[in-house]
Design a protein around this ligand. Structure first.
Ligand code: AR6
Length: 169
């Protein structure tokens, strides 16, 4: 039900991929840049109409040229040392994304490790928060069949697997 995979999230054939976006929703580097490149210019046009998104929230768009039908743009927190509500804001992002997935009757969803790139959230800590919120949403009775947590590097993949094993999986 929850699987860690290594690869490029833009290539996944799932109902929705989650983007690690910023508050403008107008694109950027990292996974955001890759998603906008792969989805084509219509994604930016739809995002521009969304008028931004606060940190800890998420908005859904079409996937356009992506194999995924939808993109859920989630805005994670910038890491400032942990004393500025970063954990709760990251958790809130995952909750918002899972809620949108439910509302749009999504069966399969893929998450990147939000906030762990340019935003510098400590990787293991972010994995723990992500998995807590994903399992909580699934346990609350969800129609989502499959959640993929996508890692870009082998090292991140190994770390994420290790954290998953602490959840008894
Ligand atoms: N597939 C899967 N994971 C990826 C990919 C990919 N194609 N590319 C990067 N990652 P980041 P953030 C991983 O920096 O920290 C942007 O400019 C990467 O290794 O993309 O939330 C936005 O516009 C890392 O583990 O997102 C925002 O301004 C994870 O994705 C800002 O960066 C997230 O790294 C958001 O920063």
């Amino acid at each position: 039900m929850v699987e860690i995979v290594k690869g490029d999230i833009t290539e996944l054939q799932v109902d929705a991929i989650v983007n690690a976006a910023n508050q403008t929703l107008l694109g950027g580097g990292g996974v955001d840049g890759a998603i906008h490149r792969a989805a084509g210019p219509r994604l930016k046009a739809e995002c521009a109409m969304a008028a931004g998104c606060p940190t800890g929230s998420a908005k859904l768009t079409e996937g356009y040229d992506l194999p995924a039908r939808f993109v859920i743009h989630a805005v994670g927190p910038v890491w400032h040392g942990g004393g500025q509500g970063e954990d709760e804001l990251l958790a809130s992002c995952y909750r918002a994304a899972m809620r949108l997935a439910e509302e749009h009757r999504i069966d399969t969803i893929a998450f990147p490790c939000i906030s762990t790139g340019v935003y510098h959230f400590p990787f293991e800590r972010a994995c723990g928060i992500a998995l807590s919120e994903i399992f909580r949403a699934l346990d609350e009775g969800s129609r989502i069949r499959q959640v993929y947590c996508v890692c870009f590097s082998e090292e991140d993949f190994d770390t994420y697997q290790r954290i998953l094993s602490t959840f008894g999986q």
